[in-house]
Design a binder for this molecule. Structure first.
Ligand SMILES: C[S@@+](CC[C@H](N)C(=O)[O-])C[C@H]1O[C@@H](n2cnc3c(N)ncnc32)[C@H](O)[C@@H]1O
Ligand code: SF4
Length: 401
């Protein structure tokens, strides 16, 4: 039984990009022109569908992800926020993050996003190396990446995340470290460091780039870069997330703590606890932007499912085990409504294998467990929660940093 609802965030998906990157399997679509006004209207209409699920609750964080949200004008984002404020109750010190691609960075827009209410910017740098950026099919070069960061600072953003990838085609250890050094020289508050993964249904899957580093080299790059980040005073708090003190992403921490979130926009997922009814539901929106725009009201909801206790246990562990410091056992009950006894036998099994540490109050992945996170998470996959396997397989991509 739930004693109260978990904290609530809002995810907003803007699904268009200037050009589809060959490694990307996000719900993003190339477009010459974007129906910004119609889409903002659709988002607000979409949000209205979820209001009965969250009466009386406050939104603690907002994340505008994509796609490339920075393709939207500052005026559109401002109109979106005016609409949001009229529909929902926002926490006074709310964290509002927006993703941005250096190729679409524009000083006036950055200023406008800030004035509209965005207070955290996440810039998709990927690499500063022009040869790598070309191989990755990016629309920007290294100089534009540097310029985007400086423009964001000049626009007043004092909370910036940079996305960087390693394990890139032909990239050696020294090159991965040099890339990270360039990112660190900018002194962002937060850095997300992802290993390039070849996802099914991407161009790279059909035509694998030559000279992909092997697992040993990727591991070496990861270890060396983690040491470099620690030396520069960035604390790792999640498998791919590093931050300066008190600059963790509140919104993403809420996902990893298995908090609640509304998801609006094409293909967005939401997870909402209805504590009074002792239920947790997931809603998913229509994936294709055209279909999403053509429909209205409840017809934009592609599916609604209720999570049973096997789903809740598995999904909680899937998320919380990504946290380097682990989690307080109380959180399991607070955010699943279940007793810890439901997962205790598996926790003990993982402790016996040296993958978890459990002191009665806290459950923490060991260094070995963190290195073999997929194996550790898979232990919590029961026959009943197997129907969730597709979700599990796509889950390492909770990358909205
Ligand atoms: C939705 S994208 C963010 C912003 C913007 N669309 C961009 O690419 O600049 C989120 C991040 O996920 C990471 N990412 C996307 N596909 C990936 C893959 N196949 N492997 C590793 N990281 C990936 C990239 O670092 C990217 O910046
Ligand atoms: S990586 Fe970013 S810019 Fe590239 S297609 Fe995906 S969402 Fe768009």
């Amino acid at each position: 039984m739930f004693s109260s609802n978990p904290p609530l965030g809002l995810y907003i998906h803007l699904p268009w990009c200037e050009k589809k990157c060959p490694y990307c399997d996000f719900n993003s679509h190339e477009a010459d022109s974007i129906p910004q006004q119609a889409y903002v209207d659709a988002l607000l209409d979409d949000l209205a569908q979820d209001l009965p699920l969250i009466w009386g609750r406050r939104i603690e964080s907002i994340f505008i992800g994509g796609g490339t949200p920075s393709l939207f004008s500052a005026q559109s984002i401002d109109r979106l926020f005016s609409g949001l404020r009229s529909l929902i109750n926002l926490a006074p010190a709310i964290e509002v993050t927006m993703e941005s691609n250096p190729g679409s960075a524009d000083a006036a827009n950055y200023q406008g996003y800030r004035e509209a209410g965005v207070n955290r910017l996440s810039i998709g740098i990927q690499s500063f190396d022009d040869r790598q950026l070309a191989l990755l099919g990016r629309v920007h070069n290294g100089a534009q990446a540097q310029r985007a960061f400086r423009m964001a600072r000049a626009a007043g953003f004092d909370n910036i995340n940079l996305d960087l990838m390693f394990g890139l085609p032909g990239q050696g250890l020294a090159a991965a470290q040099a890339d990270l050094a360039r990112a660190l020289a900018l002194e962002p508050e937060h850095l997300s460091h992802y290993q390039l993964t070849i996802e099914p249904n991407t161009m790279f899957h059909h035509r694998r780039p030559q000279d992909m580093p092997d697992d040993d080299l990727c591991f070496e790059q990861q270890q060396a870069c983690q040491a470099q980040l620690a030396a520069a005073d960035y604390r790792q708090y999640e498998i791919s997330a590093f931050s300066r003190a008190k600059r963790e992403s509140y919104h993403n921490l809420n996902y990893w703590n298995f908090g609640d979130y509304l998801g609006i926009g094409a293909g967005a997922h939401g997870k909402i606890t209805l504590a009074g009814e002792n239920r947790v539901i997931r809603r998913v929106r229509l994936r294709h932007p055209r279909a999403y725009l053509e429909q209205h009201g409840a017809a934009r909801i592609a599916s609604e499912t209720e999570l049973d206790s096997a789903d809740l246990c598995f999904e909680f562990m899937l998320n919380a085990l990504r946290l380097k410091q682990g989690f307080a056992t109380r959180l399991f009950h607070d955010n699943t409504g279940l007793s810890l006894n439901e997962v205790l036998p598996t926790v003990k099994q993982a402790c016996d294998k040296g993958l978890l540490a459990f002191d009665g109050e806290k459950i923490t992945p060991t260094e070995l467990g963190f290195c073999h996170l997929n194996d550790l998470q898979a232990l919590f996959l029961t026959p009943q929660s197997k129907k969730n396997k597709p979700f599990f397989e796509s889950s390492p991509k909770i990358m909205h940093n």
